[in-house]
Each structure stands twice: as C-alpha cells, then as structure tokens.
Design a protein around this ligand. Structure first.
Ligand code: CTP
Length: 404
C-alpha cells in the first residue's frame, strides 16, 4: 500500500517511543522508506543506533550537523517526504508547532515543511487535557495537521485516560489513509453491525448492584475499528470504564435484561459482535427499597438466570445476522472450552481469551486471542486491544464480502 512512499518520522520523547521502532518495521513492510529524526528527549527512550539500524539509514539528530552537510538541508529533508509523521508527539513538540518555534531539528523541520503532517500524540492525561494543550490542538487542526490517537487507557505513570500513543497498526492505518485517500471508503460501508460491550450491572436494591471487571475496552476498540471500516455501528454498552466511541449509535444499558431488549431492537444487522461480559445471573427480586441491616439476620439473595443474548441471536430461525461473533472469557483449557462454547451458543466465531488474573487481560490494554470458527482454532499473538479490533474488523469485512 505504501510502495515508494517516503515518510519522515520524527520520534519525540516519551515512554511510548519504543513503539516507533515497530512502526518503522511496519512501514517498511508496506514498501515505504523511512527517514528517522530523533529529538534529544527521544534519545532518552530509544537509542539512535536502534533507530538507524531498523530504518537502514542514518538517524538525523542535530540541526547543525545537517546544515553543515548541505545548505538548507533541513528544508530539503522535510520537503522530500510524502508525509511527515510525529510519533510520539509530545505536548512540548505540539506547543512548539502551534507557536511556530524552531529551536531544534524536529521543530525546524516541522516549520519548514510544506508536506502534510500527521501527529500521534502521547503524554500524561493531565497534560493532554490541559487548556494549553487543547488550545494548541485546535490551532494545529486549523493549520491542517492530522491526528491519530491518543488512545484512552492506563498510563505508564499510573493514571487513566486519554494520552496513550495509538498502536503502530492504527498509526499505519492513518498513514495509509492519508497517502491513499481512496482507502478511506471502508470495506464495511453500507453494513450495519451490532456490538455489545462492557459489563452489566445487576441491581440488588436501588443503591447496590453486582458487576464484573470488564472495562469495555475491547468492545469499544471493536466498535471504533468497524466504524473506521465504514460500518454503521450500533453500540449497546453496559456501564463501561472507557468512554463510548464517537461516530456510532450508542445505546447505554445497565442490566442484562436491558441489554437483551436493546439488542432485539437493534436487529436486523449484517453482523453481531457480542463482546459484553453479560452477568449470567441477576438477583431474582431486586428490592425497590434500600436493604437495611436487621437484627433478624443477613439478607439472602436469590438468583435467576439471565437470558443468553448471544445464544438467542445465534439461534434465531428468522432474521439471524449472517455473521454472529461471540467472545469467550476462560481461565483454563481455553481452546477446548471455547470450541464447546461455539457449538453450544450456535455462533459462527468465538474470540477466546485467557482471562486468568496472571494474564492482566481483563481490564488491561492487551489481549491474546484465539479465533475459533468451523475452520478450527487460530492463535493470534499477544497485541494491543486496538490491534485485535483492527484485525477482527478486517476479518469481518472479508467474511461479509459475499453476504447480502
Ligand atoms: N453472553 C451473552 N449473554 C449472556 C452471557 C453471555 O450474550 N447472558 C455472551 C457474551 O457476550 C460472550 C459469550 O456470550 O460473547 C460468552 O460468554 P461467557 O460468559 O464467557 O460464557 P457463558 O455462556 O457464561 O459460559 P461459562 O459461564 O460456562 O463460561
């Protein structure tokens, strides 16, 4: 997709700078040539040697080296590229760009270029949300600068929120879309896809509920990936930790019963992706008043089984979506359990993952999945949830190609 394209990649300082190494490799896999520039701060996180070894060319680090090589070298450097990418783009670099400062090689290149610039920001969540950064983003957007990310999630500094560098796959997709505008018409254009996501909250009384540890991260990432492939996404979500995606129809629910009703109302769809961690049981008769402590003993909760939404939709005789995808959260014998689950539920695919606490997957940023279909079990390497979503969306697009 990127054969012959020249990318000038500016690597800013930040804990996520290591991901730029992966980006270089992926760009090269697509046929692009990468000219890397490493800022002083970037050098604290990745070494010039690793960057130039991967890129196969010298890494540019110093403004004055460059100008001594050839007059106006920095201008040539920035203008010969088809696209200038900054990953990670720090708050400092963005502030310099917004102000037009040029006091080192990176900022000089960014000021001297007449080529489109794509920023992949990464910073602490407070820095991202700061009024100054938000002002700079507005200015930069107004100047025609493109953005990919940042993603939401846990940060290296222990805080949670927007600020994580987009995954290399997402940055690559943004670069490809920028350089091949025709790819912006997604493969799922005209398709309506339902995604369930997040936990459910099963009420005990008006103030208490039973829940699970699902953050909604994987379902949200999927909805974004399907949207980015051009699908019309109906996103039925329980009370998730991560904010709902933009550009999709969001239906917020609390309980499994509400989720079931919302799913039924959303049909018909071309595909249903059931990523929600639906509670298997609800409290049989939730109290409409707050339960009080009593001398007469402890409250006893009786449970009733919730409807199995995935199974119901999979087994519809009329109007079943052409593709139904379930998820299986397992803690042991993942392939065996998930294979049996696929047959029991009647869905087409099961995306299985090991959620035993040691994996850190539930509520975490990464996922290691096994895709189970009638073709057998296909193990995917451990990768970011966004990348799992991108891949799954691509597979869904392929599967729906022939369906009407
Ligand atoms: N699911 C659903 N409705 C339910 C329970 C689960 O739609 N009431 C869906 C989930 O969204 C997921 C799949 O079913 O896609 C697997 O859910 P899971 O809880 O892992 O499987 P269970 O059927 O509960 O099996 P078990 O508890 O035996 O693992």
């Amino acid at each position: 997709m990127l054969a012959g394209k020249k990318i000038l990649l500016i690597i800013g300082g930040g804990i996520a700078a290591y991901k730029s190494l992966e980006l270089i490799r992926r760009l090269q896999d697509q046929g692009a040539s990468v000219t890397p520039v490493l800022t002083r701060a970037g050098e604290e996180f990745v070494t010039p040697l690793s960057v130039s070894a991967l890129a196969g060319v010298a890494v540019h680090r110093d403004l004055f080296d460059l100008t001594s090589e050839a007059e106006m070298g920095h201008i040539q450097l920035s203008r010969s590229a088809d696209l200038v990418v900054v990953a990670p783009a720090t708050a400092d670099l963005m502030a310099k760009m917004a102000q037009g400062l040029a006091n080192d090689l990176a900022s000089t290149l960014l000021l001297a270029t007449d080529t489109k610039v794509l920023l992949a920001p990464a910073m602490n969540v407070r820095m991202w949300e700061h009024a100054a950064t938000q002002r700079n983003i507005k200015t930069l957007r107004g100047d025609g600068v493109g953005f990919v990310g940042p993603n939401e999630g846990g940060m290296a500094c222990g805080e949670f929120g927007p600020g994580r560098l987009a995954e290399p796959a997402e940055i690559l997709a943004a670069i490809t879309a920028e350089l091949n505008p025709q790819t912006k018409v997604g493969r799922l254009a005209g398709r309506r896809i339902l995604v369930t996501s997040g936990p459910t909250h099963e009420p005990i009384d008006p103030v208490r509920y039973i829940a699970n540890r699902s953050s909604g991260a994987q379902g949200t990432a999927l909805a974004c990936a399907l949207r980015d492939e051009g699908a019309e996404v109906v996103f039925v979500t329980g009370p998730a930790e991560v904010p709902s995606p933009k550009g999709v129809e969001v239906i917020a629910v609390q309980s499994a019963l509400e989720m079931e009703a919302a799913v039924q109302a959303a049909l018909p769809v071309d595909a249903g992706v059931f990523a929600a961690a639906v509670a298997d049981w609800r409290v049989a008769s939730a109290s409409d008043r707050k339960l009080k402590k009593s001398k007469d003993g402890l409250p006893v909760l009786e449970f009733a089984e919730n409807p199995d939404i995935l199974k119901t939709v999979s087994r519809m005789t009329e109007g079943r979506p052409p593709l139904v995808v379930g998820f299986a959260a397992e803690t042991n014998d993942v392939v065996e359990n998930a294979t049996a689950k696929r047959l029991r539920k009647g869905c087409d695919w099961i995306v299985a993952n090991d959620v035993s606490p040691a994996t850190g997957i539930m509520g975490g940023q990464e996922n290691a999945v096994i895709l189970i279909s009638d073709q057998g079990a296909e193990e995917w390497p451990r990768m970011g949830k966004a990348e799992v979503a991108t891949r799954l969306a691509a597979r869904i697009a392929t599967a729906l190609k022939g369906a009407h």
